[in-house]
Design a protein around this ligand. Structure first.
Ligand code: SF4
Ligand code: SF4
Length: 163
């Protein structure tokens, strides 16, 4: 008798659990999907997303960076940002070398916050995988946006034009 009661209880609780499972599944079937079919569909990322670093240029494509090295000094990863510059006869800064090792970057954004001319910025680009660590060391050409791209970035991020 006691054995039959126990058996009935187990069957009842099993049925209840199956009912709960079916309820959960049917609720989710009616909800819109929360996943994307990446890479066919790209996520709509925030403007403040911390992705690949870039250097904005002036509208005519010339250097905006003044070579102050504030970004390199504030970076918590030693020698991750390397800059070499000199001044021309008119005392204008000329950037000879600007490299960032994206393979060591921790995407803290410190460098973007200290830049006095809003030159170094983070893009929404997160597809940075490559075949070697050396390929992740980006030089000035690899980092710089064109004048047109830089203007577009400034417009979408509410920054002043740089001519
Ligand atoms: S985001 Fe952080 S770790 Fe990366 S380069 Fe800038 S300061 Fe350095
Ligand atoms: S802080 Fe800005 S202006 Fe100064 S070196 Fe870095 S990118 Fe250039």
């Amino acid at each position: 008798m006691v054995f039959n009661d126990l058996k009935d209880n187990k069957v009842t609780s099993g049925m209840v659990e199956i009912g709960r499972g079916l309820k959960t599944v049917s609720q989710h079937m009616l909800r819109p999907p929360v996943t994307l079919e990446y890479p066919e569909v790209m996520p709509d990322l925030s403007k403040r997303f911390h992705g690949r670093l870039t250097l904005l240029t002036k509208s005519d494509g010339s250097d905006l960076c003044i070579g102050c090295k504030a970004c390199a000094r504030v970076c918590p990863c030693v020698d991750l940002i390397q800059i070499e510059m000199h001044r021309d006869s008119a005392k204008k800064p000329v950037i000879d070398r600007f490299t960032i090792d994206m393979g060591r970057c921790i995407y803290c954004g410190n460098c973007t916050e200290v830049c006095p001319v809003d030159c170094i910025k983070m893009l929404n680009d997160f597809e940075l995988a490559d075949y070697s660590r050396q390929a992740l060391v980006l030089d000035k050409a690899g980092l710089s946006l064109s004048g047109e791209e830089s203007d577009r970035y400034r417009q979408t991020h509410g920054l002043e034009a740089q001519v």
